[in-house]
Structure formats: structure tokens, C-alpha cells
Ligand binder design. Structure first.
Ligand code: HEC
Ligand code: HEC
Length: 355
């Protein structure tokens, strides 16, 4: 049985990037029995994981405004299910989270126990076995993948000549378009401002920590895990920095995204779920990243797909990207990007109240 070094050390070493004292769910919330010991900032991601795994809303188990109340039968069942799931993994999978709510529920409130009968007299379609990878050769090394990526962007010298970008465009979410501005500054500052009819909303990383806000309301700090993810998205010279950010970069086997052949890198770091990077095998450009939010009942994925690379001041940059999660998705399409516009650090700092 596979035994992951990452998993065992994660439990004994302090989590990188988190404050030394991490509050537990039961210290922050009122009525926690099964999720005791879970870092408090994993409670809401856990609830999101449960909701999408069962295809239900929060109100299936909670009375609005009083999540600590135990009025609903479904909440009681969910507690038993959490205990069962943790036990299956402990007893059958050496404590690794292999079975989750989604393994059984697959997006339905009640799992399906029996395979369906055939509904047609035609010969059943045989699933086509996955095609063998075109080349049986050894996958490229992490170094060669990164070098090809950096060269495709324009090379390290051209990259270092650009120290900021200002992009304007549109964010599309739930079929609605909203104007957006994206400001980025080396080495790792970023703020996106979407101009909604009722005010602006901000998502930002100030170089150290992430924050979010809406016009007229106090801005809020991101959780340590959100902040870490946002920090990665804010890396201005990502291709040059991956080897410093991750303690280990492993190349994966050749794969495809749609019809495009891709090669992948898995970024590992202490006490954190891996982050996966997929590069176009021909052009070398980064097409996709997948990262995970850790919860005690399973991992919530976030996928970002980059397209429409265009050259601005000698460096390629994506003009379009889509962020998708099991419970949400948006696409940003930029129409213009200006490089090296002067940007003051205060642009990225968390204000007391969002202006
Ligand atoms: C399938 C049932 C289920 C769904 C759906 C669900 N929850 Fe929960 N929730 C629970 C259970 C069970 C607990 C208690 C966990 C424990 O005792 O360790 C809980 C606890 C909580 C708590 C802690 C309350 C306190 O003070 O003790 C919050 C907050 C919460 N849920 C929010 C949400 C949100 C937000 C959603 C929707 C995204 C959601 N939940 C969806 C079952 C559910
Ligand atoms: C090993 C398979 C399995 C896993 C894992 C599992 N469930 Fe279930 N769950 C079931 C089955 C089977 C039922 C239906 C039982 C029945 O019909 O009486 C069920 C029923 C439920 C119900 C009651 C639904 C209703 O409308 O009555 C809830 C709520 C629930 N599960 C939540 C969860 C949560 C939350 C998790 C993850 C922490 C989870 N389950 C993991 C198999 C599983």
C-alpha cells in the first residue's frame, strides 16, 4: 500500500504560510461534534464539498441564519455520514482520504445502489480503451518543461523588462457580463476590480496576504488557504519562480486537454495539497492549473484554463482565462493590456472600508 511521506509529515510539521496558532472548528463555531480538530478555515470549504457532492443547497441541512441548530434530520444523517466516511478511510485506506461523499453520492442526495438495466436491444457500446501515448519515451524533465515555457513567453530577459500590467475587459459569470480591470505588479501583487451596477468588488493579493471587498463595506482577509492560492495566481514571473515555490516538481505522464497534447508538472510543498500545471506540448505555454482546497472529507478542486496568449511588449500573456469549481465558474476576457504602467503599492493594500 502506497504510503505518502507528504501525508505523514503534514501532521507533525507546522503548515507553511499559516500563523503558528491555527484555530479549530470547535473554537470558532458553536456546535461541532464530528469535525473536531479541523482547522476552522476548512469548515466552510467542507460544507461546500458536502453540498456539491450531494447536489443540494445549505438549506437542505440548515435553517437559514442558524447553522448551529440541529432541527433537520438531514444534518443528523450528515453527521453519521461524516463519521462513517472518516472511518472507512482510517480502516481501509491507511487514513488517506480515498472515499468521499462524492464517491457514493455522485451529485445526488440518495446514492444509486444497483447498476441500471440495458434500455436498448442494440449491441451495447464498448467503452474505447484510452489510446496509448504517442511516444513511449520518458517524459520531459521538469527543468526542460519550465525552460520551454519561459522561452515560449519571450525568455527571462524580456520577462524581467516588464514589471507591471494593467488589463481591461469583461468578466462573464452566470451568463452576465461585467466590466473588469486587472492590475498586476512584480513580484506578486494583484488586484482585480469588477465594476458592478451597485458598486465595485475587489479581489486582491498585497504581496503577503489576500483580501476581498465590496464598495462601502469593510474589506475582509482571505483565509490562509485562500491567501496561499491567491498568492500563487499573483506570481508575476510564475515560470521563473516555480522551482522556488515548490520543494519538488514532478513531471506527469503525457495527457490531452481536448485535442491538445499536454505535459504536466505536479508542484509539491510541505503540508499542502499538490498543484498541477499543464503545458501545451507543442507551444510550451501554460494551458491549465489545478489546485485543491483541503477538507477532512475530500478536496475541492479549482481549475484555471488560460487561452488567447498575445504578445505585449515582447512577452506573451493570456488575454482570456476561465476559473471553474464544482460550485462556480467565471471567464475573464481582456480586450487590452498595457505593460509597465506605474502602479503604486497602495493600489493593492487592504483599505479599512472598500472605496
Ligand atoms: C448534507 C448536510 C449539510 C449541508 C448540505 C451543509 N451542511 Fe453545514 N453542517 C452540517 C453538519 C452535519 C454540521 C456539523 C458538523 C459537526 O458536528 O462536526 C454542519 C455545520 C455547519 C456550520 C457550523 C455551525 C456551528 O456554529 O456549529 C456552518 C457555519 C455550516 N455548517 C455552514 C454551511 C453552509 C454555508 C452550507 C452550504 C454551502 C452548508 N453548511 C451545507 C451539514 C450540512
Ligand atoms: C459508502 C457510501 C457513502 C458515503 C461515502 C457517503 N454516503 Fe451519504 N448516503 C449513502 C447511502 C447509501 C444513503 C442512503 C441511505 C438511505 O436511503 O436510507 C446516504 C444518505 C445520505 C443522506 C440522507 C439523504 C436523505 O435525503 O435522506 C445524507 C444527508 C448523506 N448521505 C450525507 C453524506 C455526506 C455529507 C457524506 C460525506 C461526509 C456522505 N453522505 C458519504 C452512502 C454514502
Amino acid at each position: 500500500m502506497r504510503k505518502s511521506i507528504l501525508f505523514t509529515t503534514a501532521l507533525t510539521l507546522p503548515l507553511f504560510g499559516q500563523a503558528p496558532e491555527v484555530k479549530t472548528a470547535e473554537q470558532v463555531y458553536k456546535n461541532i461534534t464530528e469535525l473536531k480538530g479541523t482547522p476552522a478555515d476548512q469548515l466552510v470549504p467542507t460544507m461546500q464539498f458536502i453540498s456539491v457532492s450531494l447536489g443540494v443547497e445549505c438549506v437542505t441541512c440548515h435553517v437559514g441564519g442558524k447553522p448551529e441548530a440541529d432541527d433537520k434530520r438531514t444534518k443528523k444523517t450528515a453527521r453519521e455520514m461524516i463519521a462513517m466516511t472518516l472511518m472507512i478511510n482510517k480502516n481501509a485506506f491507511h487514513g488517506q482520504t480515498q472515499v468521499t461523499c462524492f464517491s457514493c453520492h455522485r451529485g445526488a442526495e440518495r446514492p444509486v445502489a444497483m447498476p441500471p438495466v440495458l434500455e436498448s436491444d442494440a449491441a451495447p457500446a464498448r467503452p474505447t480503451p484510452p489510446a496509448a501515448p504517442a511516444t513511449a519515451s520518458t517524459p520531459p524533465t521538469a527543468d526542460s518543461i519550465l525552460e520551454k515555457y519561459v522561452t515560449a513567453l519571450g525568455g527571462p530577459d524580456a520577462m524581467k523588462k516588464v514589471t507591471s500590467r494593467v488589463g481591461k475587459g469583461v468578466i462573464t459569470t452566470s451568463g452576465k457580463d461585467t466590466p473588469i480591470e486587472v492590475f498586476t505588479k512584480a513580484p506578486n501583487k494583484r488586484v482585480t476590480i469588477s465594476h458592478n451596477a451597485n458598486g465595485d468588488s475587489f479581489t486582491a493579493f498585497d504581496g503577503t496576504a489576500g483580501w476581498m471587498g465590496n464598495t462601502g463595506r469593510p474589506a475582509r482577509d482571505m483565509s490562509p488557504a485562500e491567501s496561499m492560492a491567491s498568492g500563487l495566481d499573483s506570481e508575476f514571473y510564475l515560470g521563473l519562480r516555480l522551482k522556488e515555490i515548490f520543494t519538488q516538481l514532478r513531471s506527469g505522464r503525457p495527457d490531452k486537454i481536448g485535442d491538445v497534447a499536454v505535459i504536466s508538472l505536479n508542484g509539491m510543498r510541505q503540508g499542502q495539497p499538490p498543484v498541477r500545471f499543464f503545458f501545451d506540448a507543442n507551444s510550451g505555454l501554460l494551458l491549465r492549473t489545478v489546485r485543491y482546497a483541503e477538507t477532512p472529507v475530500g478536496r475541492m478542486p479549482t481549475q484555471i484554463d488560460y487561452t488567447d496568449y498575445r504578445e505585449v511588449d515582447g512577452v506573451k500573456t493570456p488575454f482570456r482565462w476561465t476559473l471553474s469549481r464544482p460550485n462556480g465558474r467565471f471567464t475573464i476576457q481582456l480586450s487590452e493590456v498595457k505593460a509597465n504602467a506605474p502602479l503604486d503599492d497602495s493600489k493593492f493594500a487592504k483599505p479599512a472600508e472598500t472605496k
